[in-house]
Design a protein around this ligand. Structure first.
Ligand code: NDP
Length: 283
């Protein structure tokens, strides 16, 4: 039995082309430099979006950036425009995030899709010793940052009066907690995201703006690999937690990101990672 997921096969045709088209949509995705955010940005572009604005912390172009640029080239002229644009901002800066929303709105004349995926995990200290500053840092990115991202997109969706879909990336850690994991700040933040989504969904439904969450299970990204480098024994626990006996790959969340755009009948739902059979709960 292998604990790692088999590698993805990008040559396989996707179902997005016909069934889940996002033709002509404009999207904003945060945390899109790597991991889950990057996969979701690419999935939305592949589903035909006119433009996907990928937002991350300001930085020099690195390996992942090069990967995205190569993908942009590959996508050109294939399905829709599939344009990926890069933006830098800190999601904890409300003013900067509102400006991001305004600049996309004025350039594209619409805003349809938002995925708030930027997040951090500072899972290295017991809840009994957890410093106030670090606690606030996690909540600032994982909670304030999600709110400011949703505001940035939601204000444009309301302005153009076309409706829209906001997806917040929560986690199974927002629904429960794991023995021995010093994740008090992370778990608290992800629970807050679930409730934020419910509140915003109820308030924004009359404007035809839907707010949903996706709660992935354990996914192999730099966030989890950094944690596992300090606590390698957790890998087995994570694999045992998943009925498929392994942790997930970021690309396994592509379908959820696109499908969530089409859940017209729901104003709020929680879609769990496809390989986490135990958490397929929808409120
Ligand atoms: P990664 O650490 O791989 O990526 C996190 C991304 O968020 C990076 O692109 C990072 O940017 C960006 N980011 C962090 N802080 C900020 C900030 N202040 N402003 C703007 N961007 C920021 O994480 P994952 O891909 O694993 O996680 C993505 C989301 O999914 C997170 O919300 C996470 O909590 C959630 N999640 C992850 C799971 C997992 O098992 N991996 C499981 C469940 C949920 P930069 O590259 O510049 O550092």
């Amino acid at each position: 039995r292998t604990l790692q997921a088999p590698s993805s096969d990008r040559a396989t045709p996707t179902i997005f082309e016909h069934e889940f088209s996002l033709a002509d949509r404009v999207a904003l995705v945060t945390g899109a430099n790597r991991g889950i955010g990057l996969e979701m940005a690419m999935a939305i572009a592949e589903a035909g979006a006119r433009a996907v604005y990928c937002l991350d912390l300001p930085k020099q172009p690195g390996d992942e950036f090069t990967k995205v640029q190569a993908y942009v080239q590959k996508m050109k002229g294939k399905r829709g425009e599939g344009r990926l644009e890069y933006l830098s901002a800190d999601v904890t800066d409300q003013e900067a995030m509102w400006k991001v929303g305004e600049s996309i709105g004025s350039r594209e004349g619409r805003m349809d899709v938002c995925v708030a995926a930027a997040g951090i995990l500072k899972g290295d200290m017991s809840c009994l010793d957890y410093p106030a500053e670090r606690f606030r840092e996690v909540l600032a990115v994982n909670v304030d940052g999600v709110l400011f991202t949703a505001q940035a997109a939601g204000r444009q969706m309301a302005k153009f009066d076309n409706g829209g879909s906001i997806i917040m990336i929560a986690s199974i850690s927002g629904h429960g907690a794991n023995q021995g994991h010093p994740w008090v700040s992370y778990n608290t933040s992800k629970s807050a995201v679930l409730q934020m989504a419910r509140s915003m969904a109820c308030e924004l439904a009359p404007k035809r703006i839907r707010v949903n969450t996706i709660s992935p299970g354990y996914i192999n990204t730099s966030m989890t690999s950094q944690f596992l480098s300090k606590r390698p024994e957790c890998l087995q626990m994570w694999c045992d937690y998943n009925p498929m006996g392994r942790i997930g790959r970021p690309d396994e969340l592509r379908g959820a990101a696109v499908e969530a755009q089409h859940r017209d009948y729901r104003t709020w739902s929680s879609v769990a990672s496809s390989c986490q059979g135990r958490h397929l709960n929808v409120d």
